[in-house]
Design a protein around this ligand. Structure first.
Ligand SMILES: [Zn+2]
Length: 373
């Protein structure tokens, strides 16, 4: 481990204000692994998520012969960072990156990767591992309890075991942090019946427009769409295809709202993806209003994964993170303190050709109301 000069500079810059118990570590790049580093920093400073991972690590000290997985590698990495003696420095997330490459061939090459795809892959992978662990522990406890029952209960009635919740999906702490519910409402224009279908999400991918804002992108996301002509809706009440109006709403907003701006758009004329450098304002404080079934939910921005570069197949990722009311800039090994006003330089470009190619790509908001979970 190399102690960079940047580390000591950061400590000097923060001085007395360096938050108690906090660690600001840069992450070594192993050849185009900035997509991974930028997402890791955003997740590390997602405090409720970090706390759960540290807790997981301390409860599940893996025996040496146990096989590691992405969850144990990530928990190990976060524990390594948080337990450093020094307050700043550089850590090599080698084991974690090796595991990512082993698990998913998409990330195996040294090519430029998509940070959003990586985040998506990682969260889903963590959910899978937690679900598997939980179903194993249910099986184990079932085996244990049925064994003890056959000993204790001789003539008593057999208790129906664990029938409850068999078909209900398990809610892991990854879900508790990131999962929200969308509801898809379709109103038949003939009989006015509204059919609602719910679906869950771990992040929202939003289409973007030039000179817009998150609020207007969210408005478009939940705007009413008419289904007609070729695209009619089968109404169960009318028992036939009918014209209908469809609308998507956020039913249950997540505790951590992750917004992915669709900056990489497939251009049919070009037969390739193009990066949209559009200026999309993302506020430090976001209010979800007409998109939500519940009244206002307020969020505070705490991390931004930034894509640097003009094209989709090359470039670089960095992240901006808010920690204890300071904004920090993470660029692989380097960590710097930045002024809050710098955040707005990552909104995008109002003109198509601009020398500024650093654009906010994934936004992380935390709900200001902590639901006692
Ligand atoms: Zn109908």
């Amino acid at each position: 481990m190399v102690m960079g000069a940047a580390g000591s500079k950061l400590e000097k810059a923060l001085g007395e204000q360096f938050p108690e118990g906090e660690r600001y570590f840069g992450l070594e790049n192993f050849g185009n692994t900035c997509y991974c580093n930028s997402v890791l920093q955003a997740l590390y400073f997602c405090v409720p998520f970090r706390e759960k991972l540290l807790e997981y690590y301390s409860n599940n000290k893996t025996p040496l012969d146990a096989e590691d997985n992405l969850l144990t590698c990530l928990a190990d990495l976060f524990t390594q960072i948080s337990s450093q003696k020094k307050k700043t420095g550089i850590i090599a997330p080698k084991r974690f990156v090796q595991k990512v490459k082993k698990q998913n061939e998409l990330f195996r090459s040294y090519m430029h990767q998509d940070a959003h795809e990586f985040l998506n892959f990682l969260l889903n992978e963590l959910v899978d591992i937690l679900e598997k662990e939980s179903s194993n522990s249910v099986k184990n406890s079932l085996a244990a309890s049925s064994a003890s029952q056959s000993v204790k209960i001789v003539n008593g009635p057999q208790l129906p075991l664990a029938n409850s919740g068999k078909n209900e999906p398990l809610v892991t702490w990854v879900h508790k942090n990131f999962q929200g519910t969308l509801t898809n409402e379709t109103r038949c224009l003939r009989c006015e019946t509204v059919t609602a279908r719910d679906e869950t999400f771990l992040d929202l991918s939003l289409d973007i427009e030039q000179n817009s804002s998150i609020t207007s992108c969210l408005k478009n996301f939940s705007s009413t769409e008419t289904l007609n002509a070729e695209d009619k809706f089968f109404c169960d009440k009318c028992c036939s295809l009918q014209e209908a109006q469809k609308r998507m709403k956020i039913k249950k907003p997540p505790h951590i709202l992750v917004i992915h701006l669709k900056r990489f758009k497939y251009m049919e004329q070009l037969s390739r993806h193009k990066k949209l450098s559009y200026r999309v304002v993302f506020p430090l404080d976001l209010k979800l209003t007409d998109t939500v079934v519940d009244p206002d939910t307020e969020y505070s921005l705490f991390a931004v994964v930034v894509h640097v570069g003009s094209g989709p197949n090359h470039g670089h990722y960095v992240s901006l993170v808010k920690s204890h009311n300071h904004w920090l800039f993470f660029d692989d090994e380097n960590v710097e303190i930045i002024d809050e006003s710098i955040v707005q330089t990552f909104f995008g470009s109002a003109q198509e050709y601009s020398s500024n190619t650093d654009h906010g790509y994934i936004l992380f908001y935390e709900s200001l109301v902590r639901d006692g979970q």
